[in-house]
Design a protein around this ligand. Sequence first.
Ligand SMILES: C[S@@+](CC[C@H](N)C(=O)[O-])C[C@H]1O[C@@H](n2cnc3c(N)ncnc32)[C@H](O)[C@@H]1O
Length: 359
Amino acid sequence: MCSVAQAVAPSRPIWTNDPQLFAYNAAIALFNDPKSARPITTAVGLIESEYRTHLKTLIAIHGHAVDIEALALSAPSFCDFQKYSEIKAPQISPTEGIYNLFLSIYSNTYFGVEQSMEIDSIRRAVDVCFSQKRISSAEFRLLLLALGRALLRVATTTGHFAQFLTPSESNFRKYVAQRRRSVWRAFLESLDVFVPMGDEQWRKVNMAFNNDALNLLNHLKGQPHRPGVVYADPPYTSDQYSRYYHLLETLILYDYPKVTSKGRYREQRFQSTFCLKAHAARSLNTMVEASASLGADLVLSYPTNGLVYRSGVDVIDIMRRHYHKLDLVRSVSHHHSTMGASKGVVKAAVTEQIFVGRS
Ligand SMILES: C[S@@+](CC[C@H](N)C(=O)[O-])C[C@H]1O[C@@H](n2cnc3c(N)ncnc32)[C@H](O)[C@@H]1O
């Protein structure tokens, strides 16, 4: 997320947009927020005692589950590990106000019991210090982003949040190593990832939006200030990004969502029409048309195996319909990650294309 904007920063003003809250907040932290007068480690110092107090409370209440988990994680073999089957189901009711969301909804899925307690405790500490005005809103955001990155680092997954690993003979060592990782340590190691870019003046003129691109472009049409260039790399497969972002959204919202399916996805997560074969071409056409009618140039990144092509439509035809000056500036053979090889292969060969339409 935010990689293209980071590549052009701070040479020109940047407006970012993503319907996913975590990506939106990352953009604000990098391109909009004021730089704090004090280092982020000062804010960490302020939240640490709140964190430790809540962690102690959760461990005191659910000590049995923590003990069983410790025994399981020190088991010499997978067979011994399986004997501690109780750890699979600590029945803890999600209770708003108690800060046990991760413990009650996600422990023994993406995270262990103690890891979930650490997440809830850091999340609570950040809320408490922000509500007491001991940390600023920019620090609040940076701490949550660092915690989100820590979640990605320690989770027991194949590298993303669409599904979690089920322990087996073959992944047992990796599984245990991940479960033993400390969320607090990963959080501290993630603090310098989201450092505000550019200077104060530059960040003041940037903007961040949290919207469907089709709504946003439509809205901008009526505004006095409009973008000069739109860069878009919309999703091109049927895999909804919200499957990969759901835990990060929940971390930000901390709203005890109803979850569904084995991956425990939030109900009513964002569904992008770019990921629906029957809608992808129409959505791309609407986006290209809206960019052109704003008077903006459009830089579009879209690969040859994308859903638009698979629905029988050529992207160049859509671009030509709305932009008379058009170049295919890059066509690069590439390998895309298949995000965990759910379709059999880890990397898929593809031609990545970058089109530029000039208004
Ligand atoms: C390939 S990623 C973008 C990467 C980003 N441009 C960068 O520089 O790192 C695609 C993004 O499109 C977002 N997305 C999906 N559908 C969208 C829509 N209808 N409107 C706006 N953004 C959308 C996803 O949440 C995802 O973050």
